[in-house]
Design a protein around this ligand. Structure first.
Ligand code: NI
Length: 169
């Protein structure tokens, strides 16, 4: 947090099948797995392209979350389904050691392309919808602390959740 690359609007991807895109996806997957992330956006490793990845079977940073299928999502477009929002705790690999209570749409349709340029079109809810909204915010230069409505609900993992031993990113 504080790096200007995290505040920039990322550019659309056109080079499907190019080795640069394949290498970026490998770097992103390695980074996300090393850090136990639920997701990662290209700007978080300094690449200003509209690429996010997310998904896990189980995640020590979000032990109560349902699994989310591993997904590469390129040039995403989000459409909230309804007005309903939930508040939920989020962390971010770019804001290490912290959590905040963030409102997100509960139900969401997302479209975009996979690594081969094939279309993706899904309707999701709850934590899956939250992760996608968090990651796609990164492509528009938005970090989750900017979404927090009540800044008393923002702090360090070990102060907010003593004894829970959340990995410190
Ligand atoms: Ni993040």
């Amino acid at each position: 947090m504080g790096d200007p690359r995290l505040l920039a609007v990322a550019a659309p991807v056109s080079g499907f099948g190019a080795p640069e895109l394949e290498n970026l996806l490998i770097d992103m997957r390695d980074t996300m797995r090393d850090l136990n992330g639920a997701g990662l956006a290209a700007p978080q490793i300094g690449v200003g392209l509209r690429v996010v990845i997310f998904g896990f079977e189980s995640n020590p940073r979000y032990p109560e979350a349902d699994s989310v299928p591993f997904t590469v999502l390129i040039n995403p477009v989000l459409t909230p389904l309804g007005e309903e929002q939930d508040e939920g705790w989020e962390g971010c690999l770019s804001v290490p050691g912290m959590r905040g209570l963030v409102p997100r749409y509960r139900n969401l349709r997302y479209t975009g392309e996979d690594a081969a340029g094939m279309p993706i079109d899904r309707t999701v809810s709850d934590f899956h919808a939250r992760v996608v909204q968090h990651e796609v915010d990164h492509l528009d230069g938005i970090l989750y602390p900017q979404r927090i409505r009540d800044l008393t609900q923002f702090g360090f993992n070990d102060a907010l959740f003593p004894g829970e031993d959340i990995p410190d990113d």
